[in-house]
Design a protein around this ligand. Structure first.
Ligand SMILES: Nc1ncnc2c1ncn2[C@@H]1O[C@H](COP(=O)(O)OP(=O)(O)OP(=O)(O)O)[C@@H](O)[C@H]1O
Length: 355
């Protein structure tokens, strides 16, 4: 069942077309991430869903209710949508209790109990209730902002880059905790982010935005392994894109002959491998002297040591057009620049659909 549907949503600011006909279905109880580069239209879309702005054309439908039909819109406060902005936007002069309970009836007898329940939901110690926002960490402040949005029992929760101000470790742990609590509460959620890894980790549906359009929508693993085009492939992670000759489930390319799931395509095309599908080993010079050179040999031309992983660029000998491939090697065993290596690939290569 669908919670939110967007049909042909357009929005321009002057002569800038920010959204060019967005179609999206958000299933009930799911977590959808909208990810895209800066200026692709993510915030514009979220603001239209929230009701802060009206579309020029198109419809926004929440649980069957039409919230926007072109410029005719239901106001934000009547939509039943929770919104957590990038900086949390807590009221600095109010206590945590009053921030969380901001939208609750001041005289309701169960107000205190509800605030306690919301603190428990976001895993914050009730001892913090009398503190002011500046007396909390960034991650705790974001949880208070989430609790305040949850207080309204929203039909849909919108998260606008809520983890971006947090440092790396806190960001990952807060993201996981928030994803878990929203899932447990069964709240349909849309997260906007420019961080691909965050989108893939948080969501069960990822929508990739580019130039005011959704380039592709799908499950995280599907999108990562089977993107529609090389631009989406590279946006979602490091990509090895190679020209290939296709024939009934096989691709002949600079890395040799690789299996593919596409048994229909023949002729020339492009394939994708992820760097973690490739591995390098030292070139067996004895085999080479004996005339048994391995099929795919190259030279390491760049290394980037990132701790547990070392990212390598290998220039392949076999490639007439000088293909370079990106390989992830174990950080402690990585060969240095200039090393001669054998490159091998595992798993399936993805064949990009013909454009
Ligand atoms: N109020 C506005 N007035 C004029 N142009 C705008 C306005 N808001 C957005 N735009 C333009 O619309 C386009 C989409 O902007 P939007 O903020 O939606 O992108 P975004 O993907 O959220 O970017 P970022 O990740 O940098 O926040 C951009 O070209 C932006 O300059």
């Amino acid at each position: 069942m669908t919670t939110l549907e967007l049909h042909g949503v357009h929005k321009s600011y002057g002569n800038v077309a920010a959204l060019k006909g967005i179609q999206l279905s958000v299933p009930r109880g799911s977590r959808t991430a909208i990810v895209g580069p800066s200026g692709s239209g993510k915030t514009s879309l979220l603001r239209i869903i929230a009701g802060f702005e009206a579309p020029d054309a198109g419809r926004v439908v929440l649980q069957g209710d039409v919230l926007a039909d072109g410029p005719a819109i239901v106001p934000a406060h009547q939509r039943g949508i929770g919104y957590v902005p990038q900086d949390g936007a807590l009221f600095p002069h109010l206590s945590v209790a009053d921030n969380v309970g901001f939208g609750l009836d001041k005289s309701a007898p169960d107000r205190k109990a509800r605030i306690n329940e919301l603190m428990d939901m976001v895993s914050l110690d009730r001892a913090m209730l009398q503190r002011r926002p500046h007396e909390l960490s960034g991650g705790q402040q974001q949880r208070v902002a989430l609790a305040r949005a949850l207080a309204q029992r929203p039909k849909l929760m919108l998260l606008d880059e809520p983890f971006s101000a947090l440092d790396t470790g806190l960001r990952a742990s807060t993201r996981k905790a928030v994803a878990r609590l929203l899932q447990d509460a069964g709240i349909t959620t849309i997260l906007v982010t420019h961080d691909q890894a965050e989108a893939l980790s948080f969501a069960d549906q990822v929508a990739v935005m580019r130039g005011g359009l959704l380039a592709q929508v799908g499950m995280p693993l599907d999108l990562y392994l089977r993107p529609n085009d090389p631009v989406t492939a590279s946006f979602l992670g490091d990509a090895v894109v190679l020209d290939a000759t296709l024939s009934a489930g096989w691709a002949d390319c600079a890395l040799g002959r690789l299996p593919t799931q596409d048994h229909a395509r023949v002729g020339s095309g492009q394939i994708l491998l992820r760097p973690e599908q490739l591995s390098v080993s030292p070139l067996d010079t004895a085999a080479v002297s004996a005339g048994e050179a391995p099929s795919c040999v190259g030279t390491v031309v760049e290394t980037d040591f990132c701790g547990s992983v070392c990212e390598l660029i290998v220039q392949l000998d076999t490639s007439a057009n000088g293909a370079r491939v990106h390989v992830h090697s174990a950080g402690l065993e990585a060969p240095g620049v200039g090393a001669r290596v054998q490159v091998s690939a595992r798993g399936m290569a993805h064949v990009f659909p013909a454009s």
